[in-house]
Ligand binder design. Structure first.
Ligand SMILES: Nc1ncnc2c1ncn2[C@@H]1O[C@H](COP(=O)(O)OP(=O)(O)OP(=O)(O)O)[C@@H](O)[C@H]1O
Ligand SMILES: [Mg+2]
Length: 237
């Protein structure tokens, strides 16, 4: 279970002070699927980064499975990320010099798992995302959808309990995006908590809960309300 209270995030650069996220409270149970929606620049990626311990909030409390994770040292946070949290980034962030196999294996190398355990897990995960026949390709030799699946495999290989997906279907056509979505739904059905940023109201509707972020303000939304409003907005554009 994940519990955040009075979390705030701001950024200060030389010229401008941005209040990226206004104070918010949030509770998420293990196994939930939550979609995160809102316009560009609203704070969605910042929100996922804080959840995933990639960024520190300016204030607030964060309990992850009962542990006050914000008080942990950087190395303890990194270890926790490596074991509990899977991240699918808005840009795939694959390492260009490594093959698909090498990219997916990397989190397990950090964990210092023995070679045969790593191999077994990497092959199993590549099979699950349908990339086994691309294991030796470099990222540039893959299509956008395949790169996204490689990034998903890298997020899943460590068997995380939370998967944070930042627009996992943003760069894909509708057929590919449905493929990726059904893969993510499968993972969620097996008990992994899923938080997914999306601009697609149809995908947002598949979640049990929807969080809308506007100008750094988080609001829990009924997904149907969001979809209906989106239809109205797209008609009036
Ligand atoms: N490192 C940073 N330094 C300063 N400002 C930042 C930094 N990262 C993000 N911001 C600002 O915080 C706000 C929220 O950014 P964020 O990336 O979370 O938006 P987003 O909702 O993910 O947008 P998009 O849909 O375009 O990905 C933006 O105004 C952005 O310019
Ligand atoms: Mg973003």
């Amino acid at each position: 279970m994940l519990k955040m209270s009075e979390v705030v995030k701001g950024y200060a650069t030389d010229t401008i002070q941005t209040q990226a996220l206004q104070p918010f409270n949030l509770e998420i149970q293990q196994g939930e699927f939550i979609s995160v929606v809102g316009p560009s620049g609203a704070g969605k990626t910042t929100f996922l980064n804080i959840l995933g311990l990639l960024e520190e909030p300016c204030r607030g409390h964060y309990l992850l499975d009962g542990e006050p994770v914000l008080t942990f040292s950087d190395s303890r946070k990194a270890k926790l990320r490596n074991t509990k949290i899977g991240f699918i980034f808005q840009s795939f962030n694959l390492i260009p010099e490594l093959s698909v196999y090498g990219n997916v294996e990397l989190p397990l190398r950090y964990r210092r798992l023995p070679a045969n355990t790593r191999k077994h897990r990497v092959l199993k995960t590549l099979k699950a995302v349908g990339l086994i026949n691309r294991a030796n390709h470099k990222p540039y030799q893959l299509s956008g959808g395949q790169q996204q699946r490689a990034a998903i495999a890298r997020a899943l290989v460590g068997e995380p309990s939370i998967l944070l997906a930042d627009e996992p279907t943003g760069n894909l056509d509708s057929v590919k995006s449905e493929e990726i979505m059904s893969l993510l739904l499968d993972i969620n059905r097996q008990g992994t908590t899923l938080l997914m940023v999306t601009h697609d109201p149809v995908l947002a509707l598949k979640a049990q809960r929807t969080i809308e972020i506007r100008d750094g303000i988080l609001k829990e939304r009924c997904a149907r309300h969001y979809a209906a409003r989106w239809r109205v907005e797209s008609l009036t554009l």
